[in-house]
Design a binder for this molecule. Structure first.
Ligand code: HEM
Length: 405
């Protein structure tokens, strides 16, 4: 049977692991005609592609150059800001931007947030009625990371719905979705609205500094004198966006894994002290990132295949994280797994800046959910859920759940 990876196939979306296992074994550097891209599935190759500089993070410029004229004019305004995100830049621009963002998001800042993360988790869980079905994604998993990052940035909490809408619009560009109508137009709408909002907020903070991330970014920008206003606005947009989409799906996927593995659920309830290794295992077992892409910057060979300069390559994070060469019994959820060399936060110079924050949020939330509730039940079969149809994200749009006391 021909080995094809069709990410738009609903069954594959729900469970891609059978096809990933075949790809790893039979065609680890796979040419996908559907994606017009290379697809890499082994851990070793994934780590190389993520970390080596023959693979460029600037995958937007080649895409933009190839776009149809009509799309290109819509995309010009999207590129003005998104093209400045450090995640899409190579050194030396990446180094400069990362230094700036690091002043605002670092382990010290994140440690100081613990009490407010605990308070937000309590606030949200207090609203959830035991024995009543609710949408875990909308009522909890979207709200927690969005509130945390909005508080950090000094964005008023009543903006949450608007922010979520902008961010959903933005996913239509950065998430590599396949089946969305007018996706570039929607991305443009979201980007322009966000840019206008942050432009105004930056001006306000310059007049009246506060203790929030935005003020830190402006001060770092003004002191170093090396960043444009657009770069400050773009970096704020990136933090807001990156700060919640992924963590939302980590929480949703973790809940599904707990539902499907009652023994591990009980183990974590009994031994809350293992929550940190548990979070690493949720990141590995069914993390929120399906793939990360790169552009081939210099023609060369990988896994016996010739990769030509300019071609696109998807690193299938979800496949690398189940590579049996690296993980014993990779398809088993083991909340005490150690070591756990998953690549869900990436690798190398682009390693996720927000990893300490995501870990803090997920650990706090999962420990408190299990402390409060004796049972976690996903009330619809996992195969019937509406999975996000995008290359970057892995998660569901809604997750009907019932907690029992
Ligand atoms: C479970 C949650 C998260 C996951 C799985 C995740 C995953 C990732 C991955 C895979 C990358 C590298 C992308 C690449 O190499 O192209 C990345 C980069 C990044 N993440 Fe996260 N992320 C998460 C949460 C967050 C949070 C909460 C924030 C912000 C507060 C954040 C901010 C960033 C930033 C700024 C970058 C760019 C770093 C760079 O290019 O140097 N992330 N993330």
């Amino acid at each position: 049977m021909e080995l094809l990876y069709d990410p738009a196939d609903r069954a594959v979306m729900c469970n891609p692991h059978a096809v990933f296992a075949r790809l790893r074994a039979e065609d680890p550097v796979h040419w996908s005609p559907k994606l017009s891209s290379w697809v890499v599935t082994r851990h070793e190759d994934a780590a190389r592609v993520l970390a080596e500089d023959v693979f460029s993070s600037d995958r937007l410029s080649p895409f933009y150059r190839r776009a149809q004229d009509a799309d290109r004019s819509t995309l010009a305004e999207v590129m003005r800001y998104i093209g400045l995100w450090l995640v899409f830049r190579d050194p030396p621009e990446h180094t400069r931007l990362r230094r700036l963002l690091n002043t605002a998001v670092n382990p010290g800042v994140v440690a100081s947030l613990r009490p407010s993360v605990v308070a937000i988790v309590d606030f949200l869980l207090d609203e959830i009625e035991p024995d009543q079905e609710f949408d875990f994604v909308a009522d909890f998993a979207v709200q927690l990371p969005a509130m945390v990052i909005m508080d950090m940035m000094g964005v008023p909490r009543d903006m949450l719905r608007t922010i979520k809408q902008w961010s959903d619009d933005l996913v239509n560009f950065v998430g590599s979705p396949r089946t969305v109508e007018a996706k570039y137009e929607r991305a443009r709408t979201g980007v322009l609205a966000m840019a206008e909002f942050f432009g105004r907020l930056v001006a306000e903070r310059r007049d009246a500094p506060r203790g929030d991330i935005l003020t830190m970014l402006i001060q770092a920008r003004d002191e170093q004198g090396t960043l444009s206003d657009d770069e400050v606005v773009a970096s704020a947009m990136l933090l807001l966006f990156a700060g919640h989409e992924t963590t939302t799906n980590l929480l949703g996927n973790a809940l599904m894994a707990l539902h499907a593995n009652p023994d591990q659920q009980e183990r974590l309830r009994r031994e809350p002290a293992i929550v940190d290794t548990a979070v690493e295992e949720f990141l590995r077992f069914d993390g929120p990132v399906l793939s990360v892409s790169r552009a081939v910057a210099k023609s060369h060979d990988l896994g016996g295949r010739r990769l030509e300069e300019g071609s696109r390559i998807f690193v299938m994070i979800a496949a690398a994280n189940r590579d049996p060469d690296v993980f014993a019994e990779p398809d088993r959820l083991d909340l005490g797994r150690m070591p756990n060399r998953h690549v869900t936060f990436g690798k190398g110079i682009h390693f996720c800046l927000g990893a300490p924050l995501a870990r803090l949020e997920a650990g706090t939330a999962l420990r408190e959910i299990l402390r409060r509730h004796r049972t976690i039940e996903v009330t619809r079969p996992i195969a019937d859920l509406d999975w996000i149809d995008a290359m970057v994200m892995r998660g569901v749009h809604a997750l009907p759940v019932r907690f029992g006391r």
